[in-house]
Write a protein that binds this ligand. Sequence first.
Ligand SMILES: C[S@@+](CC[C@H](N)C(=O)[O-])C[C@H]1O[C@@H](n2cnc3c(N)ncnc32)[C@H](O)[C@@H]1O
Length: 248
Amino acid sequence: MNKPLAVNRIHRIDALAGLRRLEDNSVDLVVTDPPYNIAATDRITMKSSKPLSTMEAWGHWDRFHPFDYDVLIMQVISECHRVLKPGGALYMFTAREQSGYFVRKAIARGFTYRNQLAMVKKNPLPSLSKTNWRSAFELCMYLTKGKPGVFNFISQTECKNVFHYSNSRRATKHPTEKPLEFIKLLVQVSSNVGDLVLDPFMGSGTTAVAARDLGRGYVGFELGRDYIKMANARLKTGCHTGAGRRAA
Ligand SMILES: C[S@@+](CC[C@H](N)C(=O)[O-])C[C@H]1O[C@@H](n2cnc3c(N)ncnc32)[C@H](O)[C@@H]1O
């Protein structure tokens, strides 16, 4: 029998292995941004202000055989459903081309579909080839385990399913760091102070920082040693909530 995982920590462990160590109905909210499996030689991103293919920028963790990718995401969705408390929410980012597919699969695994949220970039990358539309938004599915337990409606303006952001204010060198303000909004709306927030693909720790800043506990998984260092450096600054709880 494995020891329970310490809360308010990012564990260097595979997402599925970490999820399997959590008890049923033990997590209040999952916010996660798994690999999209879109790294390719002809998809361009920016690294240190230089255009670079997504394969070169993040290929090592964003490249899967399509079948393996499906299996991974489906298992993650099933495990998230198992560990969430009834009424708990799952926010999961997906690549645009896969979003509807995974929403349908999540419904088949028992989740209730609530909405799709769009994160719109104010400063999208220019289209270098000028042969396609500029990519200016990302999608995040919002699902709950049964009827939603917590929805702290803030205002008509803030609770629209479109969120505008600029990706020029980044805290780390992680290539796909998500905007902290958006992740904080999700945590604020779909959990309460003292709740436990899980992110099985922590990256630079954005979910952990959001949870910590809002007085929630967190538990996270990440394989990249350098990414965990980045996340822990972020977590060293700013406010802290009490540590020491254990994930059930
Ligand atoms: C899209 S990024 C997450 C970025 C994060 N939302 C942020 O704001 O920094 C996905 C992360 O998942 C990690 N990862 C990939 N496969 C994993 C696995 N099987 N288990 C745990 N982490 C994994 C990658 O190293 C990468 O940092």
